[in-house]
Design a binder for this molecule. Structure first.
Ligand SMILES: Cc1cc2nc3c(=O)[nH]c(=O)nc-3n(C[C@H](O)[C@H](O)[C@H](O)COP(=O)(O)OP(=O)(O)OC[C@H]3O[C@@H](n4cnc5c(N)ncnc54)[C@H](O)[C@@H]3O)c2cc1C
Length: 383
């Protein structure tokens, strides 16, 4: 038992950390350099509870409490940002299909996702609709037996490696009447769409894709949940996604701390280890403090959800603080390393790039501030 985690939770953390250190960490550098991802290892990763932990046992998942899912994300973030974001998106897809899918949809999409046999994308963001996701313009026009989809999505994580996805599109009737944003399951085997990677700075082993829909037919049986209910479904998943990103950022800060301690105790200048200099100690202590405070906020958000609360305020605050703190921790870790920190052979070069992602998807830091401001002050400053 520690002040923050029970004996069982600590044992989970230790076993997942040992698995990731042994099985995944040795592969990271090669995959980052080659821009590839070890999809074939995901079933083994899911056996720890990733993706499966967010789905009820009755639907084939492992049904972990949120605190256990938070620990898993923290450890994924400590090991490899590209893994953390991949399991986060697969977990979101699984949770949405579990929550809103029909029995047939769950059989077709959820069961193979939980087994690590199929992988799905989550496509909300568009060139003209980022923070203001509700203004999306991709249209799904009703036609006999389904919809004709036109539009495009950007920055869609790993769409190149997936064979289906959840598309958020505005359903319009044959008379052009707007029926609202709706989630559609789009299966590559039956619906043709374009997909290409947009080269990007962080998370080099993932793809960040543009999807294009040009008169793409999607069958009516692929509507996920209610017509017009898409934004509520997507935003429900984003709340847990925010906590996952926050915990991934805690893990990244922890990695910055460990690597900084390792480096500054080994390297000597002026006849002493760097660790003996007060200004270096100051940087290491700041990383440690940011890591611990981030962890407290993340675990608090997870405990709030486990206590049956919505946890929206806590998840927003954790996303804001942990994301910004990871950026600062990575900047300091790089500085502790001097020139070595800018070289690709040092992990802190990757931590620095990956930390920049923590403040943007699932609602930027500014958007979290606006959510928190509204909760505290009762006034929306969004528009
Ligand atoms: C690596 C990566 C992976 C992603 N993966 C996915 C994915 O899988 N699926 C998906 O749908 N999307 C994904 N996204 C998209 C992500 O959710 C958006 O980038 C994010 O919501 C911000 O939108 P935007 O980039 O259009 O920025 P914008 O909304 O254009 O914002 C630009 C700047 O303006 C600020 N701003 C915007 N509105 C306000 C306001 N009202 N008040 C104050 N400041 C404001 C923002 O905080 C930001 O600083 C991903 C993005 C990245 C970078």
């Amino acid at each position: 038992m520690s002040a923050l985690l029970s004996g069982e939770e600590l044992a989970l953390r230790d076993s997942v950390r040992a698995f990731l250190d042994r099985k995944i960490a040795p592969l990271v550098r090669d995959h980052e350099q080659a821009h590839t991802f070890p999809w074939d290892l995901l079933p083994e990763v899911y056996a720890c509870g990733y993706v499966r932990g967010g789905v009820p046992e009755a639907l084939g998942g492992d049904e972990f409490p949120m605190i256990a899912q938070a620990i898993l994300m923290e450890e994924a973030g400590r090991c490899w940002g590209s893994l953390r974001t991949t399991v986060n998106v697969q977990g979101m897809v699984a949770r949405i299909v579990a929550a809103a899918g029909t029995a047939e949809q769950r059989e077709r999409f959820l069961a193979p996702v939980l087994a690590g046999r199929r992988f799905g994308w989550f496509a909300l963001t568009e060139p003209g609709a980022g923070s203001d996701a509700g203004s999306l313009r991709t249209r799904a026009k009703r036609t006999a037996g389904g919809f004709i989809v036109n539009g495009s999505k950007i920055y869609i994580t790993n769409a190149l490696g997936c064979d289906f996805g959840i598309l958020f599109a505005r359903v319009v009737g044959e008379d052009d009447a707007d029926e609202g944003v709706t989630a559609l399951l789009v299966d590559r085997a039956e619906s043709a769409y374009g997909v290409h990677d947009i080269p990007h700075m962080p998370l080099r082993a993932t793809t960040s894709c543009e999807l294009t829909f040009d008169d793409t037919f999607v069958p009516e049986t692929n509507v996920l949940g209610e017509i017009g209910g898409g934004l509520a479904l997507g935003m429900g998943a984003v709340n847990v996604g925010r906590l996952n990103m926050a915990m991934g950022a805690v893990g990244l800060s922890q990695a910055c701390l460990e690597e900084s301690i390792r480096f500054c105790t080994q390297r000597e200048q002026f006849g002493k280890p760097l660790a003996a200099f007060q200004l270096v100690q100051q940087m290491v202590v700041e990383i440690a403090t940011l890591t611990e405070t981030s962890r407290l906020l993340g675990y608090q958000a997870a405990r709030a959800i486990d206590a049956g609360e919505p946890g929206r305020y806590e998840c927003s605050m954790a996303k804001l603080y942990c994301g910004e703190s990871a950026g600062r921790a990575a900047t300091l870790a790089l500085q502790v390393h001097g020139g070595a920190g800018l070289m690709e052979e040092s992990p802190v070069e990757r931590y620095f790039r990956d930390a920049r992602e923590a403040t943007i998807p699932e609602g930027t830091s500014q958007i979290q501030i606006l959510h928190l401001g509204k909760a505290l002050l009762g006034q929306s400053a969004m528009r």
